[in-house]
Write a protein that binds this ligand. Structure first.
Ligand SMILES: Cc1ncc(C[n+]2csc(CCOP(=O)(O)OP(=O)(O)O)c2C)c(N)n1
Length: 555
């Protein structure tokens, strides 16, 4: 019989799970896993900081729905990946985190990287285990994938002590290959009937589609249902574009449309369908939904129904299964013509262009940040992928972005986690090697994972990073200004990020003229290399979200 070590055993399960790449940063404690990955042709995307490896893994999962796999070393490797795992946990993103651990026999001896990673990870993972028997590594690895993917997905943590990983044992068969059949919960027939009846009565119904709809793979069904029932859609996250936001009467843009609607009582929706969308930050804690609107909530997680908001009809179901049942039941029925309503929504979707008309039409430098975002939106095609990072930067880009295909829009979620931009962009480029990937980030946020320009160069991942350079941690600086507080710890100055990025070997330019943004983007993509455009913008204007947050007394 052949002898294999724990690393080999683990990687055989990765292979069986269809894993083509892992993300990580090396350390002796995990070398057997890296060695076995190389033997099995699994790519290792090694980063300059474990946080970035974690964000790449969650970025991959956010786009594909498949667990992203990150492998980090014992002790500081585990502690450095915590933010990314928390980001995935808060947003229910599947991720398999594999950590090294000190030797079992060295427990509590203060030797190299002696640290209880599992204790740390327990509050930010769905499931966690420490493997103490080499013969069970395969069983536990397969279990980790099942846990990450089942029910409401999320990150899991598997920790393997170095002596358990390196021990040689007789070759054992890894768990038998299986097909992970989705036995997804579907809606009850009565619930489907009730929902269709409520929809038929509504004058201004609106679907709010969130990450749950994306992970359920419900893009096509969402569009079909919206068309069949004349129900407009606003969307958040990668499901944006499932109903094209341009040229389709039911595509009503992002949640920024809700911000405008909340200022137009005459256009308040009378029925809101929360489709895999939770009530939190992006719905203003529920305040963006009219108090007297009827609420229907569809979510795979029963406990999520009514969380933060009273609902009139709750449906515990996988979003795609629910939409399929609704589409079947809606067959042959007619729904009211709602063209006035969808026109009103289109108006709200584009209201920003009128509210900021002067800034958008001015060619003066420094340009207004929304002007930069408009230039970016004009440049981007339907197939291009957009990853956003930053505070004000996120708001301005979210206002300007038009998504016409699903799976092209990425950003952080409820954790409000800055620093994800470059790692998400890199993950997107791995997922879509033939598509253009653009990262738009604040100058503060880009600093958190700036060294990942090196990862982009080493791994030949030609993403283009646009830095919205307002020379500050803009959102917090504007908050200080609006509150009349002292301006402190929020200023950064005119840093030449383009020159710093050049040091890593990327194509770089500084851009000051708004009329040059499009041409600079062309040159950056044409370079065929990773690229950095350091765009100087007017640091003064606060975004409407910052103004609203300060007015509401929120941080
Ligand atoms: C990791 C992390 N640290 C700090 C914050 C708090 N925070 C929220 S917005 C913001 C400013 C972001 O500045 P920048 O990236 O330059 O974007 P801008 O607001 O200027 O567009 C900060 C520091 C956070 N959300 N996440």
């Amino acid at each position: 019989m052949t002898q294999i070590n724990g690393g080999e055993m683990l990687v055989r399960v990765l292979e069986q799970e269809g894993v083509k790449q892992i993300y990580g940063l090396h350390g002796g404690h995990i070398d057997p896993i890296f060695q076995a990955c190389a033997d099995h042709g699994i790519a290792i995307y090694d980063t300059r900081h474990e946080a970035a490896a974690g964000h790449m893994a969650e970025g991959w999962a956010r786009l594909t729905g498949d667990p992203g796999v990150v492998v980090i070393t014992a002790g500081p490797g585990v502690t450095n990946v915590v933010t990314a795992v928390a980001d995935a946990y808060v947003d229910a993103v599947p991720m398999v985190v594999i950590g090294g651990r000190h030797l079992v026999r060295d427990e509590d001896k203060l030797l190299l990287q002696d640290f209880d990673g599992r204790a740390l990870m327990q509050s930010i993972t769905k499931w966690s285990r420490t493997v103490t028997d080499t013969a069970r590594i395969a069983e536990y690895t397969a279990m980790a994938f099942r846990e990450a993917k089942s029910g409401r997905p999320g990150p899991v943590f598997l920790e393997i002590p170095f002596d358990v990983l390196t021990a040689a044992i007789e070759e054992e068969s890894v768990p038998h290959s299986y097909v992970f059949e989705c036995s997804c919960p579907a809606p009850a027939a009565e619930a489907v009937e009730r929902m269709l009846a409520m929809l038929a009565e509504a004058k201004r119904p609106l679907i709010v589609a969130g990450r749950g709809a994306w992970f359920a793979g419900a893009s096509a069904e969402l569009r079909e249902f919206a068309e069949k029932t004349s129900t407009p859609v606003v969307a958040h996250g990668p499901i944006r574009g499932a109903v094209p936001e341009e040229g389709h009467p039911m595509g009503a843009g992002s949640l920024m449309t809700l911000v405008v609607l909340s200022m137009q009582p005459e256009n308040a929706p009378d029925l809101v369908v929360l489709l895999g969308a939770r009530v939190g930050l992006f719905l203003g804690g529920g305040s963006l939904l009219p108090a007297d609107a009827k609420i229907i909530q569809i979510d795979i997680q029963r406990s999520e129904i009514g969380h933060g908001l009273n609902v009139d009809l709750g449906i515990t179901s996988d979003c795609r299964e629910a939409l399929r049942a609704l589409i079947r039941a809606a067959e042959g029925r007619t729904f009211p013509d709602r063209s006035d309503w969808s026109a009103a929504l289109k108006g709200a979707q584009h209201a920003w262009q009128f509210l900021y008309k002067d800034a958008l039409e001015s060619d003066a430098a420094p340009m207004h940040p929304l002007r930069l975002m408009q230039e970016i939106d004009r440049f981007l095609g339907d197939d291009d992928v957009l990853a956003i990072d930053g505070g004000e930067t996120f708001v301005w880009m979210q206002m300007a972005a038009t998504m016409n295909k699903p799976g092209r829009f990425m950003s952080y979620g409820y954790l409000g986690c800055l620093g994800v931009g470059i790692p998400f962009g890199l993950a997107a480029k791995i997922r879509y090697p033939d598509k253009r990937v653009l990262v738009v980030t604040g100058d503060g946020s880009v600093g958190l994972n700036f060294a990942e320009f090196d990862t982009a160069v080493r791994h030949k991942l030609p993403i283009v990073v646009v830095i919205n350079n307002d020379q500050a941690w803009g959102m917090v600086k504007h908050e200080q200004e609006l509150r009349g507080a002292k301006i402190l710890a929020s200023e950064l100055g005119p840093v030449r990020y383009d020159r710093a990025a050049e040091g890593f070997g990327v194509y770089a330019e500084m851009v000051e003229d708004p009329l040059q943004v499009g041409a600079a983007l062309e040159r950056a993509f044409a370079s065929g290399r990773p690229a950095c455009l350091n765009v100087m913008v007017d640091p003064r204007p606060p975004s409407p979200v910052t103004e609203a947050a300060v007015a509401a007394g929120a941080p």
